[in-house]
Every structure is written in C-alpha cells, then in structure tokens.
Write a protein that binds this ligand. Structure first.
Ligand SMILES: [Zn+2]
Length: 148
C-alpha cells in the first residue's frame, strides 16, 4: 500500500512539487492516489492526503468506514481533520521522523495509526527540506525564521 503513496510522492517531486504522496484503499482495493500540489497549483489545501481524497471523489460514509488512508508523511492537522471528518478508521504513515502531525489525535479518536518508518520516505523529505526550507515551512504553516 505504501508503494502507491510513494509513487505519487515521486510523481509530485518529478513535477517540482513537495514530495509527499497519499493513497486511499477501500476493502484493500486502490481507489485513488494524490500528492502535494502546493507548488504545481499554488494550492493551500492540496496536501497529499487532501488531494487523494479529492481525487477519490464523493464517497458515502459507508465507504470511508472501510477505508485505509496511506500517506508517506505523518498527516498534518488539516489532513488529520479530514480523516476524522470522514471517519476513516485506519491511517498508514510512511515516516514521522521529519514531521509529526496529528497521530495522537487520530489515536485518541479510535483511528488505527501504523507508522512504517520507511527509509525512502525519510530520504525524500530530508532531501527536500534541506533544499527548500522556506517552502517546507510554508506547507506546515510555520515561519521559516522560527525553525532551527
Ligand atoms: Zn496535510
């Protein structure tokens, strides 16, 4: 499942974007993938997970209730909120070394969170953050000057 999200992350990177990818599975079947589109679309809401959910289209609650959201990076508060809003019961995280999002909130609301600590996911983000610190700070709603 992570491979689908990683492919989306690589596709985003290949078009000059932030290398975060996501995939939505329902009953083990791939429904959609997405990647961060901040750069490509000048979007403030199309994080990988949001883009993936958008690409999946409108779904009934019963579908989300059987879904697994996969993301190469720990989901931020916005994407955590979307997963909670739609009642997605499982979130698989590629890595949370470079950023820790709303994992505790997800768990506190009964969502099963699995962190894979995947080396390729870590490498994608580590290289990106080193090369584009301001863009990364913008994506997570931080002021670059506040970052170490
Ligand atoms: Zn996000």
């Amino acid at each position: 499942m992570l491979q689908s999200a990683l492919e989306a992350a690589r596709a985003g990177a290949a078009t000059g974007g932030i290398p975060i990818g996501s995939a939505l599975f329902i009953d083990g079947r791939l429904v959609a993938t997405g990647h961060n589109r901040r750069v490509q679309d000048a979007s403030v809401i199309h994080h990988a997970e949001m883009n993936c959910l958008e690409n999946a289209g409108r779904l009934p609650a019963a579908d989300y209730a059987r879904a697994t959201l996969v993301t190469t990076l720990s989901p931020c508060d916005m994407c955590t909120g979307a997963a909670l809003l739609y009642g997605i019961p499982r979130v698989i995280v590629g890595e949370n070394r470079t950023f820790v999002g709303g994992e505790d909130l997800l768990r506190s609301r009964g969502v099963e969170v699995t962190v894979l600590d995947d080396p390729e996911c870590v490498e994608l983000m580590t290289a990106f953050i080193a090369a584009h610190p301001a863009l990364w700070a913008e994506d997570i709603g931080e002021d670059e000057s506040d970052r170490p």
